[in-house]
Design a protein around this ligand. Structure first.
Ligand SMILES: *Cc1c(COP(=O)(O)O)cnc(C)c1O
Length: 378
């Protein structure tokens, strides 16, 4: 039997990025149950925040229900509201953008560059030099776990007085000259959604070097209760705090973050090895002196239609997905401003994410690559 047939026979679908527990999570959940702190506060929320701080070097961290909530709180704390312009990567997932709409602000989309597939610092700088209305903030995504040119982007934001929020939802563990993504901006956010490199089934983290901002975000995340026993309210808030049960999963997951990054990077290297002789394939690049976490292996095909590849993979029960459809191409944003250069549109038309679960073996990757090679147009 060929590998592809075995996979079909076992009916075991290979996912883009499936949850992968360390083995300690259940033990920690049991401890939560023993303590009866089945609530959005408790020892494991503190432990999870501490482990994120220790690992990333972020000075302050706040565990939340999801990454989207973290971006929302960042915008709220920075005072971004109605009719403010907020710059953002166009080549990203909608979770990066929705919070701009929650605040009734206007997204202004910036296209990618070839070197990173992430937000182009050139376009950003050009826009900031020429725009009539100065944007209040930039939300930059480190796409698929690969670093944007973050040092340059942070410098441009600083010079123009624009707040920087790093959407590191996909890039926990990625470093730029040794410094973690999420720690360059005024705020950084991480996500622990089900398909991210680590998961708590659903969860997020807001980080910042500014302690007061994180305190303010904590206040908003717990219904903006003024410190009175009867709950006095001067402002409105949200119910965004992470559950202690889910934080226990997070603590177990953080024990294996470096292993997971190493495995994701190894999977990427296997794809490169097995597809080395396919001239029409280009892999998502990595800037020098950076270490992406290779959350999803992303590649483009010069000649073959991605749908052909996706269909062939689906037939052997392997998941794949087109690259994110750029925000400026979405109907939802047809009236939003966008500074484009054709890069994200081209990547979207030619690109795929292939299965990159850390539970995969080298044989799985070989089988997938055989299917891909068998579907390339001759
Ligand atoms: C997953 C993701 C988010 C949202 O995170 P949630 O925890 O699902 O709310 C935001 N931005 C990007 C780029 C993501 O991939």
């Amino acid at each position: 039997m060929k590998q592809s047939e075995i996979s079909l026979a076992n009916n075991k679908r290979i996912f883009l990025s499936s949850p992968h527990m360390s083995g300690n999570e259940l033990k920690y959940i049991e401890k939560v149950f023993e303590s009866n702190y089945i609530a959005p506060l408790g020892e494991y929320v503190n432990k999870f925040e501490k482990s994120i701080k220790n690992y990333s070097g972020a000075e302050n961290a706040l565990a939340l229900t999801c990454g989207t909530a973290a971006i929302h709180l960042a915008l709220r704390v920075l005072g971004i509201g109605k009719d403010d312009d907020v710059l953002a990567s166009t080549f990203t997932f909608i979770g990066s953008i929705n919070a701009i709409l929650y605040q009734n602000a206007n997204p202004v989309f910036i296209d990618s560059d070839r070197e990173t597939w992430n937000l182009s610092s050139k376009l950003l700088n050009k826009y900031l030099l020429e725009c009539e209305k100065k944007p209040k903030a930039l939300i930059v995504t480190h796409l698929y776990g690969q670093c944007a040119d973050i040092e340059k982007i942070a410098e441009i934001c600083r010079l123009h007085g624009v707040y920087l929020i790093e959407d590191a939802a996909e890039s926990l563990g990625a470093t730029f000259q040794g410094k973690h993504t999420g720690t360059f901006g005024d705020f950084g956010i991480y996500s622990f959604n089900g398909n991210k490199i680590l998961t708590t089934s659903g969860g997020g983290m807001l980080v910042s070097s500014n302690k007061e901002w994180i305190e303010k975000a904590k206040f908003y995340s717990t219904q903006a209760k003024e410190p009175f026993i009867h709950y006095e309210h001067l402002e409105y808030g949200y119910n965004y705090r992470m559950s202690n049960v889910l934080a226990a999963i997070g603590v177990g997951q953080m024990e294996v973050i470096e292993e997971r990054v190493a495995k994701k990077r190894e999977i990427f290297e296997w794809y490169k090895e097995f597809l080395a002789d396919c001239n029409e394939i280009t892999f998502m690049p990595e800037l020098p002196n950076t270490r992406g976490n290779r959350w999803l292996t992303a590649l483009t095909f010069e000649k073959t239609d991605c749908n052909t590849i996706m269909k062939a993979l689906d037939e052997v029960n392997v998941e794949s997905r087109p690259l994110w459809k750029p925000m400026h191409m979405q109907k939802l944003f047809e009236n939003s401003k966008a500074i484009t250069n054709g890069t994200s549109e081209e990547l979207f038309s030619k690109g795929l994410c292939v299965a990159s679960s850390t539970t995969m073996s080298k044989d799985d990757v070989k089988m997938i690559c055989d299917v891909i090679k068998g579907s390339l147009c001759k």
